[in-house]
Write a protein that binds this ligand. Structure first.
Ligand code: C2E
Ligand code: CA
Ligand code: CA
Ligand code: CA
Length: 275
């Protein structure tokens, strides 16, 4: 079996070759798209269901492809897994979000907070907290306007000392910290207490699977008892919303309230919501 395994890894299947080539081609295309400024952010509302108002928006990366239209990260995942490209996309995300927040502040658009997703590569320099604070200062955006979303596996996995130290500094500066995709990785309850976390985001796989009701309830109870707000993502219909409200969930994100939208639609959305 060992022999067979070794052979398999040496033989270069034609199908594998094309997979490797496709990946390289994608990375090449992403590099070119970065120089053409084809990446932008869409904004999805997060609604506070206790106060019935928009608490903020999550910034989600989109590739406005000249031929293929607006692409979601599923179509360029390999770029987020590449160290160099992931850093470049992270820069684009921060600059785009901060520039947009500055514009909204100037225009009097009451957007609340904007949440930006952070990948593990962005922590590696050890300077992420300073970089973020420098950028906030450069755009004169108050720290309290920014949330960073860190997935459970990044937060508590490899290099977790560096990550938690960075996150702690940002938290002390007033940036809100959300633990993303909670329940899909290896966070333990003991870990939860050690890290500064303001928001617990329940992954949409739990929200959308009726059989996971007990998990959803438990996460809401747990987060709330630890003083965090709990956000449920992937809420698509009134039935899911009603159940989450009953369990005491604080905030809702999902197609039921709004899909990710271009920045230009945010002011209109807020008006329509009653803001
Ligand atoms: P995520 O951080 O878990 O973001 C939530 C995803 O759920 C988004 O997918 C959003 O469009 C989708 N979603 C929200 N509500 C619903 C719903 O009601 N139904 C369904 N079916 N989906 C819903 P999206 O925009 O395709 O992003 C996918 C992932 O890509 C994100 O998952 C995040 O992990 C990553 N990503 C997006 N933008 C960035 C970024 O700027 N930086 C980094 N590092 N990762 C990003
Ligand atoms: Ca997220
Ligand atoms: Ca998430
Ligand atoms: Ca997710």
């Amino acid at each position: 079996a060992k022999e067979a395994g070794r052979n398999r890894s040496i033989v270069f299947e034609p199908s594998m070759r094309s997979e490797v080539e496709r990946r390289l081609e994608l990375l090449r295309d992403v590099r070119a798209a970065l120089t053409e400024n084809e990446f932008t952010l869409y904004y999805q509302p997060v609604v506070d269901i206790r106060e019935n108002r928009v608490a903020g928006f999550e910034a989600l990366m989109r590739w406005v492809h000249p031929e293929q239209g607006v692409l979601t990260p599923a179509r360029f995942m390999a770029a987020f897994e590449d160290q160099d490209l992931s850093l470049k996309l992270g820069d684009v995300a921060f600059e785009t979000a901060l520039k947009q927040m500055r514009a909204w502040l100037d225009e009097g658009v009451e957007f609340g907070r904007v949440a930006v997703n952070i990948s593990s590569a962005q922590f590696r320099s050890g300077r992420l907290a300073e970089e973020i604070q420098e950028r906030l200062a450069r755009w004169s955006v108050p720290c309290e306007r920014l949330t960073i979303e860190v997935t459970e596996n990044v937060y508590m996995g490899w290099g977790s000392d560096l990550v938690s130290e960075t996150v702690r500094r940002l938290h002390e500066a007033g940036v809100m910290i959300a633990l993303d995709d909670f329940g899909t990785g290896y966070a333990s309850l003991a870990n939860l207490r050690q890290f500064p976390i303001d928001r617990l985001k329940i992954d949409k796989s739990f929200v959308q699977n009726g059989e996971d009701e007990a998990i959803v309830k438990a996460v809401i109870t747990l987060g709330t008892s630890m003083g965090m707000k709990v956000v449920a993502e992937g809420v698509e219909d009134a039935e899911q919303l009603e159940a989450l409200a009953r369990y005491g969930c604080d905030q809702i994100q999902g197609y039921h309230f709004g899909r990710p939208m271009p920045a230009g639609e945010v002011a209109g959305f807020l008006k329509g919501f009653g803001g």
